[in-house]
Design a protein around this ligand. Structure first.
Ligand code: URA
Length: 193
């Protein structure tokens, strides 16, 4: 299937392809610029995301906004999505059957956004976007080119909340993202006052 945003939203919002649909309050499709050059992919909605129907609006999301601001990017200039669109209870990692059932939606979103850069935040995004051969600790900060899209694994912001030591590497990844954007002439930088 190749669809437009309207059909895609409708399909995702009515989805019952896995058990996660039974407990959701809101489906979390994605947010931001629907034609962004930069797409960020996380794991799945947490409690606050499930409540609001928006990605990265809880504590990890607040940190994500600060990280983006550190390289002069506002969240509405990128597109943010997750591997799964419904919250796994207690924020557990989605099971492979849940992630694989949801993956066609992420592929559709990616095709519609058509980004030049994708940042996979955390092991789940890396696993389902790049594949099982990639490991976050080994491959973070490195670019992989797939179908003309540059993809970089980095830590999930929630991991940085638990482990301060990862912040230095995450900062290096952010600077590399900014450098790559400049190389690709992606200029969405705005300083936050
Ligand atoms: N963590 C994620 O992976 N995605 C969200 O939307 C929020 C927290």
């Amino acid at each position: 299937m190749r669809c437009n945003w309207e059909t895609l939203y409708e399909n995702i919002c009515n989805c019952n392809k896995c058990g996660l649909c039974t407990k959701r309050n809101h489906v979390v499709v994605g947010m931001g610029d629907a034609h962004a050059d930069v797409m960020l992919i996380g794991e799945g909605p947490g409690q606050e995301e499930d409540r609001q129907g928006l990605p990265f609006v809880g504590n990890a999301g607040k940190l994500l906004d600060k990280m983006l601001a550190a390289i002069d990017i506002k969240r509405d200039r990128v597109y943010i999505a997750n591997v799964v669109k419904c919250r796994p209870e207690n924020n557990r990692t989605p099971n492979p059957d849940e992630a694989l059932a949801c993956l066609p939606y992420l592929r559709e979103q990616t095709a519609l956004v058509s980004p030049k850069i994708i940042v996979c935040m955390g092991a789940t995004a890396v696993r389902y976007v790049l594949g099982e051969d990639f490991k976050i600790t080994r491959d973070r900060g490195k670019w992989v080119e797939r179908n003309g899209i540059f993809i970089m694994p980095t830590y999930h912001p929630a991991a940085l909340l638990y482990d301060e030591k990862k912040k230095r590497e995450a900062w290096a990844d952010l600077k590399e993202l900014r450098r790559k954007m400049t190389e690709l002439n992606i200029n969405i930088f705005e300083e936050t006052p």
